[in-house]
Ligand binder design. Structure first.
Ligand code: ADP
Ligand code: ADP
Length: 222
């Protein structure tokens, strides 16, 4: 599903954020990406989402090399990936429903279908009752679940999460990880960057560990 072949990423005026990185994530796999701050986790996720481009090497998603994607295909590629961030990036002048609807509205989906999909996504994260609320009125855990609903509303086959529970206490984090496991159960491919070493070792999934831009451990690489 996701394949990196000898990928380097260098930011201008900085060293290399990723060095000769090769890895493969199968369709339907759920994996954690760990490593200290600055190890390159966000960069790796951004490369998959085409928010950044590699300096060298090749990245394939669903068999297609991202470097060969014509510009007009990029929005389509991004719609196939649900991105979840630590700071969830919700719009505070819109309701919960409007926030979740955004990716579908941008994609030009018919209004009735948007409403149906938004309710389904909010139901999945247990927030249907709050559809008319403003994000600012919600708790941190609820806000993050709105962010997750928005990420999955277009039913992407891939979910990438960057420190999704960085601002949450352990109980709320557990709720978020339970949601991820449910997406995993229905066949979504998930890559989750996190500092939460304790949780990662408790949950029995593949762990990819980055150190200074290099992949230094891969528990799934037997
Ligand atoms: P992590 O997510 O593991 O904290 P990042 O991918 O954010 O790591 O960062 C890896 C390295 O790349 C760091 O040295 C960071 O400062 C650098 N970096 C990340 N994004 C940028 C950017 N947009 N411009 C320049 N340097 C960057
Ligand atoms: P994260 O933990 O998600 O990597 P950061 O605080 O490292 O968060 O980065 C926040 C934003 O700033 C990201 O979009 C990243 O690309 C950018 N960034 C990180 N390091 C640098 C840097 N050295 N120079 C410019 N932008 C950076």
């Amino acid at each position: 599903m996701i394949r990196f072949e000898h990928v380097n990423k260098r930011y201008p005026q900085r060293g290399e954020a990723l060095k000769d990185l090769s890895l493969e994530l199968a369709a339907g796999e759920m994996a954690f990406l760990t490593g200290h701050s600055g190890a390159g986790k966000s960069t790796l996720l951004k490369l998959i989402g085409l928010i950044e481009r590699p300096s060298r090497g090749r990245i394939l998603v669903d068999g297609r090399s991202l470097g060969d994607l014509p510009r007009r295909r990029i929005p389509y590629h991004r719609r196939g990936i649900g991105m979840i961030f630590q700071d969830h990036r919700l719009l505070n002048d819109r309701t919960v429903s409007e926030n979740v609807a955004l990716p579908l509205v941008v994609a030009g989906m018919a209004r009735r279908e948007v409403g149906r999909r938004v309710r389904a996504a909010l139901d999945q994260v247990g927030l249907l009752a709050l559809e008319r609320a403003q994000p600012i009125a919600l708790s941190a855990g609820e806000q993050q679940r709105v962010g997750i609903a928005r990420a999955v509303v277009a039913r992407p086959p891939i979910i990438l999460a960057d420190e999704p529970t960085g601002n949450l206490d352990p109980d709320l984090s557990s709720e978020i990880y339970a949601l991820f496991e449910r997406f995993h159960e229905v066949g979504v491919t998930l890559l989750i960057a996190t500092h939460d070493q304790e949780r990662v070792s408790r949950m029995a999934y593949r762990i990819l560990r980055l150190h200074q831009g290099r992949l230094v451990a891969d528990s799934g690489n037997w």
